[in-house]
Design a protein around this ligand. Structure first.
Ligand code: FPP
Length: 221
């Protein structure tokens, strides 16, 4: 969800207002994904590097996360599974318990899953999966020959979710910035100059149309 800060700065507003506006876009886009039958949508809300931002911005973002988490607690009727990707440990106890509650209470839903990458990094995801595999090996739950792509894939934060089909980066940058590195091995990439708060359902539909016309060969021919 890139470009919130620039969106606000362009209007002479504090960066936090851009994040708040980005939160509104998040809700519209997730609602649309559900309506058109997408099964999994993942949004990058906070990276392992984002802690380096000013104290004011980090604490503002934490406040915004709390608001969204509290709001999401009232969404049970939406039958949406919510999963948080990343290490929850650095968040305060209110955010951590809110994330766990949302994950536990929505675990039974399987038609539509929203994954929120929070304190997420693609490399950290792979390291964490490798650590989990190593501890399974030490506990003799697996043997060295059991190490394969499906084992590592299943131990990533995304677990049983399928690989990424389409990765959209708004905000004008042309890079992955450590997002779902393993899971995006064969993803179709789409880069948009639109700053996230300005991103619309219409633009998403145009991108999906472009995506459906692409010829995906997965390394074959
Ligand atoms: C990146 O834009 C955006 C973030 C670091 C925060 C995104 C968070 C939200 C939209 C809030 C919604 C959260 C939830 C959990 C629903 P940037 O600050 O890097 O923008 P810039 O590139 O213009 O500086």
């Amino acid at each position: 969800m890139d470009g919130n800060g620039r969106w606000a700065e362009k209007r002479g507003m504090p960066r936090m207002l851009g994040h708040a506006e980005g939160g509104k876009t998040f809700k519209k886009i997730v609602r649309h994904c559900k309506d058109i039958g997408i099964k999994y949508v993942t949004l990058y809300a906070f990276s392992t590097e984002n802690w380096k931002r000013s104290e004011e911005e980090v604490s503002g973002l934490m406040k915004l996360f709390k608001q969204h988490i509290n709001e999401a607690k009232g969404y049970a009727k939406e039958k949406t599974r919510i999963i948080f990707l990343g290490d929850k440990a650095p968040f305060d106890s209110e955010i951590r318990s809110g994330m766990l509650e949302l994950e536990e209470k929505s675990a039974e839903f399987d038609r539509f899953t929203v994954m929120m990458a929070m304190n997420y990094g693609g490399r950290a995801d792979i390291v964490n999966a490798a650590k989990r595999a190593a501890s399974m090996l030490c506990n003799k739950e697996i043997k060295p020959e059991d190490f394969d792509e499906s084992l590592i894939g299943s131990l990533l934060y995304t677990g049983i979710a399928p690989d990424v089909d389409l990765l959209i980066r708004p905000g004008g940058e042309r890079r992955l910035s450590n997002f779902l590195l393993w899971q995006s091995a064969y993803a179709e990439l789409y880069f948009s100059n639109t700053l996230w708060p300005d991103f619309t359902v219409k633009e998403l539909d145009r991108i999906l149309e472009d995506f459906s016309a692409r010829n995906r060969r997965f390394g074959g021919y």
